[in-house]
Design a protein around this ligand. Structure first.
Ligand SMILES: C[S@@+](CC[C@H](N)C(=O)[O-])C[C@H]1O[C@@H](n2cnc3c(N)ncnc32)[C@H](O)[C@@H]1O
Length: 223
């Protein structure tokens, strides 16, 4: 499992045979699950805080940000943008750092699928969308928990921007690229699986995997 620094070994091998059927189903049928109250409330509070700042600044989402190390780094790298880190785990978001949260960074406890739908309904457009090391759910029967096979995938596509997904499980990244090509009709161009070469770690999971000598993969795609 990718929640520790061991490689994923007991996992589905290769792209899931039902991937495109599941993606097509989500493209055809709207996601009807009601938005959870806590995510709606969190979104409303954020909207009040940032609506005036949003008018003239690019927006970056850092979905599944965990302890929000990447949210802080992204905010420092893009001082002109507003960067929103989202995670459902209060425990992860509660990690304390020695420095203040940058003025252009916001951290939200919310469910990403619901949050993306609310961002879409509000008409916000993204400059960048980061998905660093989402839970891989490597068992074949858990395909639909992966973001590209989740009913919220069309909402993620609708937000636009340059999407970047990173994982230590190559199959996740291959499936994500395949789903992007399929859903956007890009004919196999654009989203490629890249090996992530030595960069400064953006997240705690990335640091842990890199220190354990694991290969890291990413997919970048302009929506
Ligand atoms: C493997 S951790 C990676 C965290 C961070 N990106 C990193 O690389 O250190 C995956 C994170 O996704 C969050 N997560 C999983 N499903 C989520 C969901 N539906 N909505 C929001 N956060 C979610 C978990 O709480 C966890 O913090």
């Amino acid at each position: 499992m990718a929640n520790n620094s061991r490689s994923i070994t007991d996992a589905q091998q290769g792209i899931h045979e039902n991937l495109l059927v599941v993606v097509q189903k989500h493209l055809d049928w709207p996601y009807r699950k009601p938005i959870s109250k806590h995510t709606q409330d969190a979104f409303n509070r954020l909207n009040q805080q940032i609506s005036t700042r949003l008018k003239d600044r690019p927006l970056i989402l850092d979905s599944c940000c965990g302890t929000a190390m990447s949210t802080r780094l992204l905010a420092a790298q893009h001082p002109d943008a507003l960067v929103i880190g989202i995670d459902r785990s209060a425990a992860r978001l509660g990690k304390e750092y020695n420095t203040e949260l940058p003025d252009n960074a916001y951290i939200i406890q919310a469910e990403c699928g619901d949050f993306w739908r609310l961002v879409h309904l509000a008409g916000w457009r993204l400059q960048k969308h980061k998905l660093f090391y989402p839970n891989p759910y490597p068992k074949a029967k858990h395909l639909k928990r992966r973001w590209h096979a989740h009913p919220a995938f069309p909402a993620l596509l609708a937000l636009g921007g340059e999407i970047e997904l990173r994982s230590n499980w190559d199959v996740y990244v291959k499936e994500f690229c395949t789903a992007l090509h399929y859903a956007t009709g890009s004919g196999g161009k654009g989203a490629e699986v890249e090996i992530l070469t030595a960069e400064k770690a953006m997240t705690l999971f990335e640091k842990k995997y890199a220190q354990a000598g694991q290969a890291l993969y990413r997919c970048k795609f302009e929506l």
